[in-house]
Write a protein that binds this ligand. Structure first.
Ligand SMILES: [Zn+2]
Length: 1014
């Protein structure tokens, strides 16, 4: 799915490895090669690597000791040498720095907490603890961690918590499969995943961690349920529900796909009539719809996500129309009401269709065995089934039939069918069938009344000749045909309006609206969820569990899980189920349903600001100071369900004392939503059979030329959603173990813009590794060259001076700069200026990309480019060492959010560094970018369109325009030696041109080209 909205901007271009990396295609060192590919690894190599890494650490700590002691470091540093002596071992840097970070404790606050502008809440959607971190997870958590680290360096007080969406069917199914209770299973998985989350070098607020399956959390989920119940927003109703026969539970409409299958088990969903708990999301539907506009401002939410929400809420304008019913017997007789968005097609109604749940159908079924048999068969039918059951002895009348001017065809009475395609929960479970102008109605009519003609009442133009054939419905707007009686020739809009007003006068219709959004069914007949805190008493009815009795804890079911039973085990937990009514004390039963896990995730983000509050879900102060969430990162697959429910529950809390300032944002919980694309895996298939191939079935020794081992053929290669059946899943843990978490993070970011599909190719990570290695090697080498005094931390002015060097400089008047060294820099000029200008440009671009959040790929490519500039420039003798130093310091600070352990390590290797690079402010542009602009540019001089010469001219003042610019350029050209010699018409010379006599002068490209017509 692509959600490149306007926010994506110009900087989403896919960076080119060729351009960035091939500049240095020198062979990698011996040590690196053995590390990267299997065969060359030997015990010795591994030892070398270890020694090397230790060497680097020794070097780093040696440098630090000397700095701490305040003495100058002498140039001869025995361990600094060729890359071979200081190999970069990224995995061991991860370990080293994770340990150090742990010792350092939580982020040091760099700002005054009381300044609300300077606090930031960045949240990734919390994971379901499946036990393994897959690549999709790693991508989300990398993005949020990078943004959190960046904002921290920018001086924000950042909250970046993580927790566990720990209830749900998979744990229960795994428990049944393995005979272990879901609580223990979940706990184990959380332990494993916590380790993985640390291993990706993320900086998490572990002190805020919680799991939704912990009674200390779900106590408050139950509290939320009761709050909704008090307000009449949680209610019980008999309802025809979606039932998943595999998972043996009810599903919300949102959890059934378009083909009628469960989103989780994939089973064909059945319809069953059950008494269920609902949350009344419909009470908030107008606000949920209206506030979409607010979320769309400045691309804060992806357009595609908002479009899906809008569509799901599904408000449509139309009319409710009554069709009187005639019956030859006396069983039934109320009118049938339908909702339609197309009252203009009323002349074309040829039948009515009712849902199986319609009261008339239910009533008739009591006397009609055939009808009952048909109803019984419905659950087994496919959703797009066109079968219908014609109700005998009853017919409907088109309300237009009472008009004299209505054509006879429309006056005829209408057959009434029961049809599975009519949903009981849309409108009123009744539709008017217009075969001429609705696709499904057309298909139904063709199936059931093949020989009966279809009435076309709308045509594309007022001319009846344009009527479409009967084989296709005409579903667009147009004009009424002659079947429209008095309205013939009207546009559909005008006819709709007129028809509805005339029906309104007779009490047969009313203009109204309909909503697609249904109330949220939260009951689940499963064990592993939050128990619904209701006790059912024969005398008192459903009674809320009193607050002091919360949480209603799930009973431990010893011995249950080993027996492979399905269904809801709570039904049989008699000791737990049987209790006393809180109101009258009589024997009563607990509700055995648990809540949909989407209830947990609809409010968990409000718990993080106050995660240990025992008495209430969260304190108003804590939530007021943290919400709304500044950046919410997650997969687009949650665009409808989770985000809609979260908006609903937040809007509800904003109407309670729990979130007093919530009304300021209209209860919207997420200021920005960053939707990241999916991760696709490299998928091999057999071209002759289409069968997916396992990795071991393909010879991958030549990356560019894979071969199917069995046949010698070349396999088809595609990138597809990772799945077991396609053998294209990847364990990112293996990649991190091999290449280090930092390189893996950078690789993930570099491969695709955040909102696009990431096509995972592990091999290409070598480009990122090579990049980090070049930086590391360069710093190792440069240590020798940095002047001894630069290693002296007490000489603070050195550090500050170089970073501020160009800010102080006035290039128009170098003599005004009093500092001798700065004047020296200026005199050296071009490559020096180019380097610092490159640093400034990168700071500007990278800051923008980090802020934008979507183009993190260009952060990596911009930093790669800057690395090239720094290393290339360093080779020249004329660039002052201090400037190289300042450039590297800026580079490292900009890399730090992406490759935190690597940046920390390199930071210790440069002079004057503090203990952690994350205590450094993120670089800010110093305003020299424009000052350092090249002051001349080449100007191509053409005469009659032919190039005469190219002269180097000062860059024209941007204020110069038109004649002024033209005159100025001519003057400049004539001031050059070339101009004097060739363009002033030296007398007597053949073909000599005098541009001063030109008939016309054309200046283009800001003065870079000038054409004289002579
Ligand atoms: Zn009672």
């Amino acid at each position: 799915m692509h959600f490149i909205g306007s926010h994506a901007g110009r900087r989403l271009a896919r960076p080119s490895y060729q351009r960035l990396l091939d500049r240095r295609s020198r062979p990698t060192s011996l040590v690196w090669r053995s590390h990267a590919s299997g065969p060359a690894i030997s015990r010795n190599t591994v030892n070398n690597l270890d020694n090397g890494a230790q060497g680097a650490q020794v070097l780093a700590s040696a440098g630090k000791e000397e700095l701490d002691s305040g003495t100058s470091v002498k140039v001869n540093r025995p361990l600094t040498g060729s890359p071979r002596e200081t190999p970069l071992d990224l995995p061991s840097l991860d370990k080293k720095w994770r340990k150090k970070w742990k010792e350092m404790g939580p982020r040091k606050r760099t700002v005054d907490k009381t300044d609300p502008q300077k606090s930031m809440y960045i949240l990734p959607m919390f994971p379901y603890p499946s036990g393994d971190l897959h690549l999709g997870h790693l991508r989300v958590y990398t993005i949020s961690d990078v943004l959190a680290r960046f904002k921290h360096m920018q001086g924000y007080d950042v909250m970046h918590p993580i927790g566990w969406d720990a209830f749900g069917l998979p744990a229960e199914n795994a428990a049944i499969e393995r005979g272990i209770d879901p609580a223990s299973w979940t706990k184990l998985n959380i332990e494993r995943m916590r380790g993985r989350l640390e291993a990706m070098n993320g900086h998490w607020d572990w002190h805020r961690e919680f799991a939704t399956c912990d009674p200390s959390f779900y106590k408050h989920t139950q509290r939320l349920f009761l709050l909704l119940h008090e307000r009449g927003l949680a209610y019980q109703a008999e309802s025809l529900v979606n039932y998943d026969p595999v998972d043996k539970t009810v599903l919300a409409n949102e959890q059934v796909d378009a083909k009628g299958h469960s989103w989780r088990s994939g089973a064909k969903v059945e319809k069953r009539l059950l008494n269920q708990w609902f949350f009344k999301i419909s009470a908030f539907r107008q606000e949920l719809l209206d506030d979409i506009e607010q979320l769309a401002t400045d691309g804060a939410w992806p357009e595609g996500v908002l479009a899906m929400q809008k569509n799901w809420i599904g408000k449509s304008q139309g009319a409710r129309i009554k069709f009187p019913v005639t019956a030859s017997h006396q069983q039934t007789h109320s009118d049938i009401e339908v909702f339609t968005t197309r009252p203009d097609t009323l002349f074309g109604v040829q039948y009515l269709a009712l849902a199986s749940t319609h009261p008339i159908v239910q009533k008739l079924a009591k006397y009609n065995v055939g009808l009952q048999a048909f109803l019984d068969a419905i659950p087994a039918l496919p959703l797009d089934s066109r079968v219908g059951y014609l109700l005998p002895d009853i017919r409907a009348i088109n309300p237009l039939a009472y008009e004299k001017s209505t054509p006879d065809a429309t006056k005829a009475s209408l057959p009434i069918y029961v049809a599975p395609y009519v949903l009981g929960d849309y409108g009123d479970g009744a539709v008017m069938g217009v075969p001429g102008h609705d696709t499904r109605d057309h298909a139904f009519w063709k199936h059931n009344r093949y020989d009966d003609p279809i009435r076309m009442v709308i045509a594309p133009s007022p001319d009846d000749a344009s009527i479409a054939g009967e084989n296709q419905p005409f579903v667009h707007h147009g004009h009424l045909t002659s079947h429209g009686g008095p309205y013939a020739g009207y546009t559909t809009a005008a006819a709709s309006k007129e028809i509805v007003s005339s029906l309104e006068l007779k009490g047969l219709g009313i203009a109204t609206e309909a909503w697609r959004l249904r109330d949220w069914l939260v009951s689940r007949q499963r064990y592993w969820g939050t128990p619904i805190p209701i006790i059912h008493c024969k005398g008192c009815g459903p009674v809320p569990v009193p607050h002091e009795q919360l949480p209603v804890e799930l009973p431990a079911l010893d011995g249950h899980w080993g027996k492979g039973k399905t269904g809801n085990p709570l039904d049989n937990a008699h000791d737990w189920v049987n209790t006393a009514c809180p109101k009258c004390g009589d024997p009563a039963r607990r509700d055995t349903d648990t809540m949909d896990t989407f209830v947990d995730s609809s409010w968990y983000f409000m718990r993080f600001p106050d995660p240990h509050n025992d008495s209430i879900p969260f304190s108003p102060e804590a939530v007021d100071s943290s919400l709304p969430i500044d950046i919410y990162v997650g997969g687009v697959e949650h665009a409808i369900l989770h985000l809609l429910y979260a908006r609903f529950i937040s809007k509800f809390f904003a109407t309670t004392p729990y979130w007093p300032s919530g009304s300021k944002t209209r209860g919207e919980p997420f200021k920005r939503v960053l939707a990241q694309g999916m991760v696709h895996g490299k998928t091999y298939s057999d071209p002759s059979t289409g069968r997916f191939l396992k990795q071991e079935e393909v010879d991958l020794s030549q990356t560019s030329n894979p071969i199917i081992i069995a046949t010698g053929e070349t396999p088809n290669i595609s990138y597809e959603k990772m799945s077991k059946s396609k053998y294209n899943g990847v364990d990112p843990g293996i990649c991190m173990d091999k290449h280090g978490a930092d390189a893996t993070r950078a690789h993930i970011l570099f491969q695709a813009p955040v909102n696009e599909v990431l096509e995972w190719e592990e091999e290409r990570i070598s480009g990122v590794v090579r990049w980090l290695r070049r930086i590391y090697d360069h710093i190792s080498h440069s240590q020798k060259r940095w002047a001894p005094e630069m290693h002296d931390a007490s000489s603070k002015s050195n550090l500050v001076m170089f970073e501020n060097a160009f800010k102080l400089m006035d290039f128009q008047d170098p003599l005004r700069t009093e500092d001798a060294e700065l004047r020296f820099l200026h005199e050296r000029s071009d490559s020096t200026k180019k380097l610092w200008r490159g640093v400034q440009r990168t700071i500007i671009d990278v800051t923008e990309s980090y802020n934008n959040g979507y183009s993190l790929n260009t952060v990596v490519s911009d930093l790669m480019s800057l690395t090239n500039t720094i290393i290339d420039t360093s080779k020249g003798q004329e660039v002052p060492r201090g400037l190289i130093y300042a450039s590297i310091a800026s580079l490292l600070k900009m890399i730090a959010p992406i490759a935190p352990a690597f940046a920390e390590e390199c930071w210790t290797m440069i002079p004057g560094s503090t203990s952690s690079i994350f205590e450094q402010p993120f670089p800010e542009p110093d305003g020299t970018y424009d000052t350092l602009a090249p002051r001349t540019q080449p100007c191509s001089v053409q005469v009659n369109g032919k190039l005469k010469c190219v002269v180097e001219l000062p860059v024209p003042d941007p204020k110069l325009k038109g004649d002024g610019l033209e005159g100025w350029i001519v003057g400049q050209i004539l001031g050059t030696a070339e101009g004097k010699a060739r363009l002033m018409g030296s007398e007597g010379k053949k073909g000599a041109v005098d541009i001063r006599t030109a008939k016309k002068v054309i200046v283009v490209r800001g003065g870079k080209t000038i054409n004289f017509v002579v």
